[in-house]
Design a binder for this molecule. Structure first.
Ligand code: ISE
Length: 342
């Protein structure tokens, strides 16, 4: 890694300034300590110039490779669409730059394996994948509880993942590859087990779903430790953004995501509000993820979800999409984990 730019802070190039990328630029500029936005990249030249103009010392680029070669760029945040990740990652590795890459790592296991191989050729880890739920206060509390062993062995994990509405062009496959990919990661992380098989059940689609889109879906995972996991994925539910998880163990259950931070009683009703999107629901998790990445990078370390975790989820997504299309139970084809990622 370069030694650090202005005032010892980490100069970050942010690639992709769509919804998440723009939010990460704001976060790095206004919230995160020890970092500055050194470069922003987008194919939309006007948009990226406008963003750069608002940040002192930040340059605008339309070519990721040019930004990564620029002076003062010490690290890279990739928030472009998934199909663009592989090229950007390989360029970043070519400069031996540390990277935080949004999920999904790449669109499939073959490209994810090329990333694993390229990182191993560097001889040291450089990549963290943006599975930000691992930084959410409720999920970390749940994991800590499971690790105490007080509840015994996890037998089942029930998940609900609801979005108010999916963006235009969101396909039936994307419910698996873009949304349930979070439950794939969080299941592996919470239970410390691999997902070995996937089944997808398809109710009659909701009237809220665009024509031809299979929404909702019920996705089932089997794990290497014999647990069964279900995920309701429901991306046009209309009423709010909800992510809930309940682990059923031998001696009790534990549940998160009820959103009961504030409950009101008034005029004969009780209730609260429901977040409307993931940027709102997971704001703290995104902030903590970014600070952890910047701090680790400045220490010369790589922590958090690895390229291996990114690859494993692409293999599970592949099985999930096959299960969705072909029906029945599809086993996950996962290569053995290289010792580099132990
Ligand atoms: C989106 O890309 C996300 O990552 C959100 O967390 C998820 O809830 C949503 O379904 C995805 O489309």
């Amino acid at each position: 890694m370069a030694s650090g730019g202005t005032g010892g802070t980490l100069g970050v190039a942010v690639i992709g300034t769509g919804r998440m990328g723009a939010d990460h630029v704001r976060r790095l500029h206004e919230v995160t300590n020890g970092a500055r936005v050194a470069a922003v990249v987008d194919i939309d030249a006007e948009r990226v110039k406008r963003i750069a103009d608002g940040i002192e010392g930040c340059s605008a680029y339309t070519d990721p490779a040019a930004a990564m070669a620029a002076d003062g760029v010490d690290a890279v945040l990739i928030a472009s669409p998934g199909p663009a990740h592989e090229a950007a990652l390989l360029t970043a590795f070519g400069h031996d730059l540390p990277v935080l890459c949004e999920k999904p790592l790449t669109p499939g296991p073959a490209s994810a394996l090329r990333i694993l191989e390229a990182e191993q050729r560097l001889g040291h880890r450089r990549l963290q994948v943006g599975f930000m739920r691992r930084y959410d206060a409720e999920y970390t509390q749940l994991k800590s509880l499971l690790e105490t062993g007080r509840l015994g062995r996890p037998l089942m994990l029930h998940n609900r993942h609801r979005n108010v509405s999916a963006p235009p062009g969101f396909t039936s496959e994307m419910l698996i590859s873009d949304s349930v990919v979070h439950e794939m990661d969080i299941t592996r992380w919470l239970l410390g087990q691999e997902i070995t098989a996937v089944t997808v059940l398809k109710p009659t689609p909701s009237g809220n779903a665009p024509q031809g889109v299979q929404d909702p879906q019920l996705v089932l995972f089997e794990t290497s430790g014999g647990a069964i996991v279900d995920v309701e994925i429901n991306v046009n539910c209309g009423f709010g953004y909800q992510v809930q998880a309940e682990v059923v163990c031998e001696r009790g259950t534990a549940r998160i995501g009820d959103g009961h931070a504030l409950v009101t009683n008034t005029a004969g009703h009780w209730g609260g509000t429901i977040a409307q999107d993931f940027v709102e629901r997971f704001e703290d998790a995104y902030d903590r993820q970014m600070q952890a990445w910047v701090d680790a990078t400045r220490r010369g370390e790589v922590t958090g979800p690895s390229a291996w975790d990114g690859y494993a989820t692409t293999a599970i997504v592949e099985a999930g999409i096959r299960a969705q299309k072909e029906g029945g139970r599809i086993e996950v084809d996962l290569l053995p984990r290289p010792p580099f990622y132990n």
